[in-house]
Ligand binder design. Structure first.
Ligand code: DQA
Length: 145
């Protein structure tokens, strides 16, 4: 199976961006960790990052037919984007929502996720390790189909 790992706005700055909140790992570090786990899980991975809502939607549309599932950290668009929610719902691919930080323990505007209602599940608060947990969960889901 093949999985798209899609990261939204500001996540390219990981490593230097508020490391007290988001940790010291860079996006490249996270991608390396995921590649290693994917080899064990026998998954193929593709990675994309964009700061632009429409570009993220284009990636989600392109995933249909090309991938079997999506791991999505939509960054702040999580809390605002009905368009991203509709895109996930439209492609009918299992999607695991990931956040490095525990969004429920932060400002109230981060408590709402437009992704959660259309996601298989949500993982937050475990830092970079959350992406590996998402891969494990998605792999199990895809195996069980
Ligand atoms: C985030 C949480 C969001 O609230 C924030 O806007 C981000 C990162 C996280 O991974 O913890 O950009 O998605």
């Amino acid at each position: 199976s093949s999985v798209l790992i899609l990261n939204g706005p500001n996540l390219k700055l990981l490593g230097t961006r508020q490391p007290d909140v988001y940790g010291a790992a860079t996006l490249a570090d996270i991608e390396r960790m995921c590649e290693k786990r994917a080899r064990t899980l026998k998954l193929d991975l593709a990675f994309a990052q964009s700061n632009h809502e429409g570009v993220l939607i284009d990636h989600i549309h392109a995933a249909r037919g090309a991938h079997d599932g999506i791991i999505l950290n939509a960054g702040a668009y999580t809390h605002s984007s009905i368009a991203l929610m509709d895109a996930i719902a439209s492609v009918e691919l299992p999607c695991v929502e990931v956040h490095l930080s525990n969004i429920h323990a932060r400002e109230s505007f981060r408590h709402t996720s437009y992704i959660a209602p259309v996601a298989l599940g949500q993982i937050c608060g475990f830092g970079a390790r959350g992406y590996l947990m998402a891969l494990d969960g998605l792999a199990a889901h895809l195996d069980a189909r």
